[in-house]
Design a binder for this molecule. Structure first.
Ligand SMILES: Cc1cc2nc3c(=O)[nH]c(=O)nc-3n(C[C@H](O)[C@H](O)[C@H](O)COP(=O)(O)OP(=O)(O)OC[C@H]3O[C@@H](n4cnc5c(N)ncnc54)[C@H](O)[C@@H]3O)c2cc1C
Length: 398
């Protein structure tokens, strides 16, 4: 009988857990090594577009997550100073009709809990906490994952799912820096019942303005408003990639923005600042018996709301390749060929949205009218989003 492959996953975030589920469901053996002492996500929201929900369905967790989520009815653009509103697209019944799945807004800890519960249902002892990876090595027969506590874990395959500040990527492909984009995101969660009635809608709103934009949408069955405001021209001195900030700093940064923004911020209990980062695009993600997935190989600006969604797609395609191809380097090479072009197109598309969302033409309401009408006309929206939302990780040719 053939030996069951033992697959080591460094990182138990969205990508590592999604990969564990996809692999365990295919009868492969998995061990996840997560640095944190518990499975945790930052308290913030995340948008899951129809392609992400299709991939979550392939993992068998879509129904559980949908019960905890808000279905966004629509996406709107608003102008930073006048508050002028353009309805962008219908995301409720229309998204389901067009793409077969809804567009959901989710509380991150709930997504992680659903994924973690499913991993533990499939293999109760698969997740090892407090296990920080510091490096890896491999030969033709296997891989070794090195942990900070001195343990060396042997396996057949290694997946680096350890995020944007990955330790597995440099071990595979040489050192390269996380690059600060010059943009900072201000994130907060606001109790919905503190906000006036006009905010109580299942709509994802994208405020656009010269040099910045703000996205807000409901999470936790509408009990909480997730707020992310991004501004250009920032510097970053901290050794950490996020840091607590004061509300005063945040309201000052958005001082010239519309009163609705300030109404939300007035009720924000606290705010955190995040350095938005990128990394250079790799020419391959796989080497021998090891590969990368998620932010470790396609760190992206969050301006298409696709980073995590692509991470989940990676997980599904990777597991399918390992099921189909008995030779490990062939399977990992095929995963790389299938996923990399799409993920890199997503990273570039997200970067292009910077000049769209932050365009100088948005400074003047008349110029803004023409700019928004051109950039968000329905054909342009279809061109930017249909290729993303129609993808089926479970069926794409591998
Ligand atoms: C402001 C903002 C908004 C966003 N909004 C969206 C959105 O709406 N939709 C969307 O799809 N994406 C969004 N994203 C992107 C999304 O958050 C990421 O793409 C996603 O979290 C990547 O998942 P990952 O599992 O690859 O990495 P991570 O989520 O970073 O998880 C990595 C895991 O590995 C662990 N780890 C790290 N280093 C080690 C180590 N050395 N050893 C062991 N474990 C380690 C970490 O603790 C963590 O658990 C957003 C990002 C930002 C910054």
């Amino acid at each position: 009988m053939m030996k069951k492959l033992k697959i080591l996953i460094a990182g138990g975030g969205i990508g590592g857990l999604a990969a564990a589920i996809a692999l365990l469901k295919r009868g492969l053996d998995v061990e996840v090594y997560e640095q944190a002492g518990e499975l945790r996500e930052i308290g913030a929201g995340i948008q899951i577009s129809p392609n992400g929900n299709r991939a979550l369905q392939a993992l068998g967790v879509f129904d559980a997550l949908q019960k905890l989520s808000c279905n966004a009815d629509a996406k709107e653009i608003r102008l930073w100073n006048t508050g002028r509103t353009w309805k962008l697209f219908d995301l409720g019944a229309e998204a389901v009709r067009k793409y077969g799945f809804p567009y959901m807004t989710v509380f991150r800890p709930e997504l992680l809990r659903v994924l973690g519960d499913e991993v533990r249902r499939l293999k109760p002892d698969a997740i090892h906490l407090g296990a920080r990876s510091i490096g890896m090595s491999q030969n033709a027969d296997g891989v070794t994952l090195e942990l900070a506590d001195g343990r060396k874990i042997l396996g057949d395959i290694l997946i680096g799912a350890d995020g944007a500040h990955t330790k597995i990527r440099p071990a595979l492909f040489g050192a390269d820096e996380t690059l600060f984009s010059g943009m900072v995101a201000w994130r907060t969660l606001i109790p919905m019942d503190a906000l006036p009635e006009r905010f109580h809608r299942s709509v994802a709103v994208n405020w656009v303005g010269p040099g910045g934009h703000i996205v807000h949408y409901p999470v936790q069955s509408g009990k909480t408003m997730n707020f992310v405001g991004t501004l250009e021209g920032a510097t970053w001195a901290s050794a950490q990639w996020s840091s607590p900030a004061t509300l005063k700093e945040c309201t000052t940064a958005f001082a010239s923005w519309h009163e609705d923004i300030h109404t939300m911020l007035e009720h924000a209990p606290s705010v955190t600042k995040w350095a938005l980062c990128g990394r250079r695009l790799l020419t391959t993600w796989s080497k021998g018996r090891a590969t990368l997935l998620g932010d470790a190989c396609h760190t992206t600006l969050p301006f298409l709301a696709q980073g995590a969604v692509h991470t989940i797609e990676d997980a599904v395609v990777l597991a399918r390749c390992l099921e189909k191809y008995a030779d490990v380097p062939t399977a990992l090479g095929r995963y790389d060929e299938v996923r990399r072009p799409r993920a890199h197109r997503m990273v570039k598309g997200a970067a292009e949205n910077t000049s769209r969302f932050h365009n100088p033409a948005l400074a003047d309401p008349d110029d803004a009218e023409a700019f928004v009408s051109r950039e968000w006309q329905s054909q342009a929206i279809s061109d930017r989003y249909d290729w993303l939302f129609t993808y089926d990780a479970e069926r794409v040719e591998i």
